[in-house]
Design a protein around this ligand. Structure first.
Ligand SMILES: *[C@@H]1O[C@H](CO)[C@@H](O)[C@H](O)[C@H]1NC(C)=O
Length: 426
């Protein structure tokens, strides 16, 4: 009898298990019925409110293993007997500095980066600066290729920004080109006339600039690609080697006097995300004449794997290799300006500068309720904190009428440049 009951019991047990399973399945289906539409709605709502920015990059592991990980030795450019007489190591590398642009943390919160930029100031009561002969000034170098586009009003804004913000007794802007840019160009002729000591337009020859460096006569010098990246990467290092000073990309607008930064040699941070292999950028950089940092950079160019086309191998990757080799050799490295100093566009929605090519926000706000009016938070950030705004090419776009770039930057530039022209006439 007991044998009879056993299967019964079993049957009933499996039946209740089945009922239980049915219940669980039912509940799971009911849950999914609500959960999936709710999730879809939430995602749609999220995309409606926020722009999603997702960037996926693929790096070949072999390349990382070969090019990034090994720290090769320096080439010896810092050996006292090899340092140029024009470069003073004890002053440049070990001399006292008044401010420090290096944060030590990632500046992830709110306006921290901008506030740090605001700490970079000249000493109070710094002596009034004398007017220097043109060749002894800090040279600002920029480059415009004659074969890319005509030098027109949109390019002129960069010149205006220089003459409106920098110390014209102590600096000179040299606009380099691969041809005769100034000839027959009325815009440039006007500036040459107004600023005979603070402006020059010159044609460059890469082989000529490479003379006296280990790159002299090398076939690498003729490497070119369509985006003019490698070309541009090489030119900036060669110009700074020959003349020292500051390199600034043409697609920038200067907003404040760079003088308090000039005690350092530096490149900049690419953006606020610190991407592993492209953390550094050369859109704004400063090195002294015959800087051993640059001598080491030329050695990396010559002795490492030749650059790939359309790559940042002679830009970001090169600066990274150099930085790592320097610290490995116990040599104080060049500085890396935090992203917002020159490129406040390259960060999150909540802490980057407004888009220069989009009309002002209808509520008249920037981020976190900060104002964009004259004398407001954005105005202060531009003129008292950051040093430059990088426009990332976009040459085909115009600044919107009465937008923040026009109101807070261009108007001021025009006023200053006009006053210079009037002073010249009188
Ligand atoms: C290099 O700089 C240091 C510190 O500013 C100074 O004492 C020294 O005289 C300089 N040397 C040369 C050769 O100018």
């Amino acid at each position: 009898m007991s044998y009879d009951r056993l299967p019964m019991h079993r049957r009933s047990s499996s039946a209740s298990k089945y009922r239980f399973n049915l219940n669980a399945r039912h509940r799971a289906i009911t849950f999914l019925k609500f959960f999936i539409p709710a999730a879809v709605l939430l995602i749609l709502y999220g995309v409606f409110i926020y722009e999603p920015h997702v960037e996926i990059a693929f790096y070949e592991r072999g390349w990382v293993y070969r090019e990034i990980e090994p720290i090769k030795p320096l080439a010896g450019c810092f050996h006292p007997e090899r340092v140029s007489a024009k470069y003073n190591v004890s002053e440049a590398l070990y001399g006292p500095k008044y401010t420090d642009p290096q944060a030590g943390v990632r500046l992830r919160f709110g306006m921290d980066c901008y506030d740090l930029a605001g700490t970079i100031r000249s000493p109070p009561k710094s002596p009034s600066r004398p007017t220097l002969p043109p060749d002894e000034r800090t040279q600002f170098h920029t480059y415009w290729r004659i074969d890319l586009a005509e030098f027109g009003p949109r390019q002129e804004y960069m010149l205006k920004s220089f003459f409106a913000t920098q110390d014209l007794r102590q600096t000179r802007l040299v606009l380099w080109s691969n041809g005769d840019l100034a000839e027959g160009n009325r815009i440039l002729q006007t500036y040459l006339k107004t600023y005979p000591n603070a402006f020059a337009v010159r044609k460059l020859s890469i082989p000529e600039l490479a003379k006296g460096t280990i790159l002299e006569g090398h076939s690498l010098l003729t490497s070119k690609d369509k985006k003019a990246w490698l070309d541009g990467d090489l030119i900036r290092l060669l110009l700074l080697w020959n003349y020292g000073g500051v390199w600034i990309d043409m697609d920038s607008l200067l907003t404040r006097d760079l003088e308090p930064l000039l005690e350092h040699e530096f490149v900049t941070q690419w953006d606020c995300y610190d991407k592993k292999y492209s953390a550094l950028n050369g859109a704004l950089m400063r090195f002294r004449q015959h800087s051993p940092y640059l001598c080491e950079a030329f050695n990396i160019m010559l002795n490492d794997t030749p650059p790939r086309e359309d790559s940042t191998d002679w830009g970001s990757i090169l600066y990274l290799k150099l930085w790592r080799r320097l610290v490995a050799a116990s040599i104080p490295p060049f500085k890396i300006l935090p992203f917002c100093f020159s490129d406040g566009r390259s960060c999150r929605l909540d802490n980057r500068l407004p888009d220069p090519f989009v009309s002002d926000d209808s509520k008249g706000k920037w981020t976190m309720g900060l104002g964009i009016e004259e004398g407001g938070a954005l105005d202060m950030t531009l003129h008292e904190k950051v040093f430059s705004v990088h426009l990332h090419n976009q040459w085909e776009k115009e600044f919107p009428r009465n937008g923040w770039v026009e109101r807070l930057l261009i108007k001021g530039y025009d006023k200053k440049v006009m006053s210079h022209r009037e002073a010249e006439i009188s």
